[in-house]
Design a binder for this molecule. Structure first.
Ligand code: C5P
Length: 415
């Protein structure tokens, strides 16, 4: 798959030592075919699996694999490479390089380049299943994700070590798609309008989960996509963004000032309350559970001893937006969401009053616009003074852009 975004793009391709390193040759070839320039950085163990000569021939440039190569003269190569590249792709990425990156170590050409590099990083892990599933590897990958790295998940199947399971390098097609997406986003954020510079923005996102017992919970299908897009767009415009997020399975935006991970409505409320005083703008995008089990069982409720039914008493959870409105400071600007199945505008206006929103993003939830857990959304933006704007069905990044344009207009001189 080729895309204009790859044309004339400068790609740093890092290769580490795994049996799938041979696949990097094809990846390099595909980048070049799509019009990109590639410079290859290899670790010492990568060179045991695929020769630097192969990569030199394919990329048309010397491979960087020795930090102290005297023949290269006095050039600080990792800095030069880091400045040159627009995206850094590490495929395959071993558990070792992932751990080094997470810890900030820099003892070889690749890890030093990683530290010096400021653009988007895409990693495609590949390793033995046990290593991939080790909690330390999970922690390391999560840390890199938090910092904004794009992780192309390994696939499952028969591994070279004879085991079955997750750990196989993702298909090159998938790596390529992720690189294109990373470049697209970097391009968008590179065109920052900086209109929110100096503003502090808090965004709630995702669902909350309310435990029934240690292995079960109540929740809803919110993916967090809309809230993450709103948070990312605010950061792109120069704001310092705090993202308070319920559990999601999508990539958290890397450009946040703070990411606070919560599980329940109560935790979300506490996280918002303790940060509220510092904020200029709050966007309540989370799909907070309105009810939670009165108390969560301490041990798993056994079906064998529960008969044919169990009773669950549900109690109201805090309304995060309403509580924030109670302790609101003068000059703060609140944006809320209203998902309604009927009487959209009327219900949204009521919500605006009861929760103190200055702007409401009203979504009609229907079969044709599920809103929750979807890639796209359509909405009506409503301002306190009566201004209204329809957003046609579009991707959530585009919707987020229009929301911020509207919010900035509505807030007018206050900003
Ligand atoms: O009342 P309803 O849930 O429809 O209101 C939606 C708006 O209120 C959203 O902005 C949502 O983030 C916020 N909300 C909240 N805490 C709740 C329920 C909703 O912050 N417990």
């Amino acid at each position: 798959m080729s895309d204009p975004i790859l044309q004339e793009t400068r790609i740093l391709l890092g290769i580490t030592g795994g049996i799938s390193a041979f696949k990097s040759a094809d990846l390099c070839r595909r980048f070049i075919k799509a019009g990109a320039s590639v410079r290859v950085i290899m670790t010492r163990s990568a060179a045991e699996f695929i020769t630097p000569l192969t990569m030199e021939t394919l990329s048309g440039h010397p491979v960087y694999s020795d930090m102290f190569d005297r023949r290269r003269g006095w050039e600080i190569e990792h800095i030069a490479f880091a400045r040159w590249g627009q995206v850094l792709v590490i495929a395959p990425a071993t558990a070792n390089i992932i751990a080094k990156m997470a810890a900030g170590l820099s003892d070889d050409p690749l890890s030093t380049t990683v530290l010096a590099f400021r653009g988007p990083i895409v990693i495609a892990p590949a390793m033995n299943t046990q290593m991939w599933e080790h909690p330390q590897t999970h922690e390391n990958v999560a840390r890199l994700r938090e910092r904004g790295a794009w992780v192309v998940h390994p696939g499952s199947g028969a591994l070279a070590c004879g085991e079955m399971g997750a750990g196989r390098l993702a298909e090159n097609e998938e790596i390529l798609t992720t690189v294109m997406e990373a470049l697209r986003q970097a391009k968008v954020s590179g065109q920052s309008s900086e209109s929110l510079t100096g503003k502090r923005v808090l965004v709630t996102a995702g669902p909350t989960i309310e435990p029934i017992d240690p292995v079960r919970h109540l929740s809803n299908p919110s993916s967090g996509r809309m809230g993450y897009a709103v948070a990312r767009e605010a950061a792109r415009r120069g704001a310092e963004v705090t993202l308070v997020t319920g559990p999601t399975s999508i990539q958290t935006p890397g450009e946040m000032t703070e990411i606070v991970r919560v599980r329940t409505a109560c935790e979300m409320n506490d996280a918002v309350q303790s940060r509220l005083a510092d904020q200029d703008i709050c966007v309540f995008c989370a799909a907070v559970s309105d009810f939670a089990p009165e108390s969560a069982a301490g041990a798993k409720i056994k079906k064998e001893s529960s008969g044919q039914s169990i009773e669950l008493k549900l109690v109201r959870t805090p309304d995060v937006a309403k509580e924030a409105n109670k302790s609101r400071q003068p000059g703060q600007f609140f944006v809320g969401f209203a998902a309604e199945t009927d009487n959209l505008v009327r219900n949204a206006r009521e919500k605006m009053e009861s929760k103190g929103f200055d702007v409401v993003v009203a979504n009609e939830v229907s079969e044709s616009n599920p809103a929750f857990a979807a890639e796209e959304n359509e909405a009506i933006l409503i301002g306190r003074g009566g201004n209204q704007e329809q957003i046609e069905r579009s991707g959530k990044t585009e919707v987020a852009r229009k929301i911020w344009d509207f919010v900035e207009r509505e807030a007018g001189r206050e900003f």
